[in-house]
Ligand binder design. Structure first.
Ligand code: HEC
Length: 145
């Protein structure tokens, strides 16, 4: 085999590999409902924007920042979200931080943080927000270590 043939062969292999990994773009993957991949498919930058809005979602619900400070130990209505990503890992045994935060948004009473009262957090984000918006919020809050 000549050097040239070998080179062509190698190049074709590289191109094949590239096509196999990247090419696609036409896949119709559904985002998992709060699985391990949430942080990966959420857009943390958009999540940060959503988190700091005064109102959020289809029904202009109160925004997260109206109840949750980002300063450590500052309580507005709910707990400060400083360090949330770290706390979220151990809140519920066997539940990942991403799953826990996702659940906290769509089903706030599933785990009620002491010493706060059940039902204080807005209850309808699960229907007011799109799955993408929720995933973006999860991706953002996972950066609050
Ligand atoms: C009306 C006030 C209020 C709003 C608005 C609110 N929360 Fe909460 N949130 C609370 C309270 C109170 C708690 C603690 C009691 C509980 O667990 O339900 C809480 C708990 C949480 C927790 C669990 C924190 C921990 O330390 O385990 C997360 C995560 C959370 N909220 C995220 C959000 C996000 C994201 C938004 C915006 C989409 C939001 N919250 C909007 C009041 C609020």
């Amino acid at each position: 085999m000549s050097k040239k043939t070998l080179l062509v062969l190698l190049l074709s292999l590289v191109l094949l590999a590239l096509a196999a990994c990247g090419g696609g773009g036409d896949t119709t993957e559904q985002p998992p409902a709060g699985g391990e991949d949430v942080a990966a498919i959420g857009d943390a930058e958009n999540g940060e924007r959503l988190f700091s809005q005064a109102t959020i979602g289809a029904n202009n619900a109160p925004g997260c920042i109206t109840c949750h400070s980002l300063e450590p130990d500052v309580v507005i209505v709910g707990p400060s979200q400083a360090g949330l990503a770290t706390r979220a890992q151990t809140r519920v045994a066997g539940m990942s931080a991403a799953d826990y935060i996702h659940q906290s948004i769509v089903e706030p009473n599933a785990y009620v943080v002491e010493p706060f009262a059940e039902g204080l957090m807005y209850q309808n984000y699960g229907t007011d927000l799109t799955e993408q918006e929720i995933n973006d919020l999860v991706a953002y809050t996972l950066t609050l270590e």
